[in-house]
Design a binder for this molecule. Structure first.
Ligand SMILES: Cc1cc2nc3c(=O)[nH]c(=O)nc-3n(C[C@H](O)[C@H](O)[C@H](O)COP(=O)(O)OP(=O)(O)OC[C@H]3O[C@@H](n4cnc5c(N)ncnc54)[C@H](O)[C@@H]3O)c2cc1C
Length: 403
């Protein structure tokens, strides 16, 4: 057993104390083994070349890791959001760029469709997404509408017979350059402000849709991120999700679930960073002894461990709460506050953990090609995507101070 395998084998101890059932433990272990065997070998090239492996999603689907929350009748696993979070955690340990693309497909797009689309729409899209043949994405952010995504949205959808005509630009869209189907938000009634938004399923072949550019990133490089243009893009009315002008509910509840699902991404990355750091501290020798014998290195490892275990508890607690929600319950109140707090804590703690990890690796951690460097470059996105740290604080304080 290699050093790395040894640490992996020790992980279950911590997971037992965090209240996973036998089935959940098994799912996490299975997903971990799959990710180590199939996703980890892709991670270096994805980072070096910003490469997207075209056959990976069908392989993930064939192994039962797409559509975790989809009913079995539509080709899914029929499990809950908590289990979906465990799969994400496992994927993030071994290939966080793929994990990000997976969660954009699985949660931002597919789970949102499951929660909000009609039976006919689900029958058209969900089976292909569960097989990993249709890659999903979600388009909310625009060049002028980031933190104020709803208020400042400029993309419009105007009804024209049995179609809508979409015009506008979406930016920073995960999977955008390679997606087959996109859940897109657009204003159907400008006078209603954020209440005048509707959600649409847009196929990549829709006339008037194009990928304007693929964006080059500092981290999560293999995950494809793009700017998308809708230029008189014709989308059938049959692809509108829900009633006209009800998109705000879809966005707000979806964002809470997205936040609860970003925290396991942070957890998986931090777990791997701790593992690599322990391994490095045991093998790297200075002054005639392993650096793990120095108390200042032990201090860092202890700090990282406390961070990882705190993240685990908060992440799992929040995912359990979100899994128990009824449709339509998210987007306000306790759960709105809790999901923002969970992802904020996970991202901030991950930042501390990764900082210590690179310090333990010394110069080796500063070299681009090293795995720990790749993990380190992932930090910032998790403090920005799915609502920035500042927005998360606004949500928490807003809920606490609401009279
Ligand atoms: C790699 C990547 C992937 C992404 N994937 C997707 C995706 O799949 N789909 C999608 O729709 N979007 C996606 N996003 C967009 C992401 O959600 C936005 O970047 C994020 O919401 C912030 O918006 P912004 O970048 O426009 O920053 P801005 O809103 O312009 O914020 C700039 C700064 O101002 C701060 N700020 C803004 N408002 C306030 C305020 N009221 N009080 C205090 N501070 C404030 C922010 O916190 C930030 O520090 C992705 C982004 C990245 C980088």
């Amino acid at each position: 057993m290699s050093e790395s395998d040894l640490f992996t084998a020790q992980r279950p101890t911590a997971q037992v104390f965090s209240g996973l059932s036998d089935d959940e433990m098994e799912m996490l272990s299975q997903a971990d083994r799959f990710a180590k065997a199939e996703l980890y070998p892709l991670s270096q090239r994805m980072d070096d070349e910003e490469w997207w492996p075209p056959s990976i999603l069908p392989k993930i689907g064939a192994n039962g890791y797409c559509g975790i929350t989809a009913p079995e009748s539509l080709g899914g696993a029929g499990l809950d959001l908590f289990t979906s979070g465990l799969v994400l955690q496992a994927f993030a340990r071994w290939n966080h760029a793929l994990a990000l693309s997976w969660v954009a497909h699985e949660n931002l797009c597919l789970h949102n469709v499951l929660r909000n689309a009609s039976e006919e729409q689900k029958a058209r899209y969900v089976p292909g997404m569960c097989r990993g043949e249709l890659l999903g994405a979600l388009g909310l952010t625009e060049p002028g509408a980031g933190s104020d995504a709803l208020g400042a949205m400029r993309t419009t959808a105007v009804r024209d017979g049995d179609h809508y005509v979409l015009n506008g630009t979406k930016v920073y869209i995960t999977n955008g350059p390679v997606a087959d189907v996109l859940l897109v938000y657009a204003k159907t009634d400008k006078d209603l402000g954020s209440r005048g938004i509707s959600a649409f399923l847009v196929d990549k072949e829709a006339p008037g849709f194009r990928v304007a550019q693929k964006l080059v990133k500092m981290g999560f490089r293999g995950s494809q991120t793009g700017e998308l243009v809708f230029d008189n893009c014709r989308v059938p009315v049959a692809n509108r999700i829900g009633e006209e002008n009800t998109g705000v509910k879809v966005v707000m509840s979806g964002l809470d679930l997205e936040r609860s699902m970003i925290a396991p991404l942070c957890l998986g990355i931090a777990e791997r960073a701790l593992e690599l750091s322990i391994e490095y501290a045991r093998t790297r020798r200075q002054f005639g002894q392993p650096i793990s014998s120095f108390q200042m290195i032990q201090d860092k490892i202890a700090t990282m461990y406390v961070g990882v275990e705190s993240m685990r508890l908060f992440t799992y607690q929040t995912l359990r709460a979100v899994s128990a929600l009824h449709d339509g319950d998210a987007g306000r109140g306790e759960i709105h506050k809790l999901t923002a707090a969970s992802v904020m804590f996970a991202a901030n703690t991950m930042n501390t953990v990764l900082d210590e990890a690179v310090q333990i690796h010394g110069g080796a951690g500063y070299i681009w090609e090293s795995e720990i460097n790749r993990l380190y470059r992932s930090i910032k996105l998790l403090e920005i995507g799915a609502g920035t740290t500042e927005v998360r604080k606004l949500i928490i304080a807003g809920e606490l101070l609401r009279s």
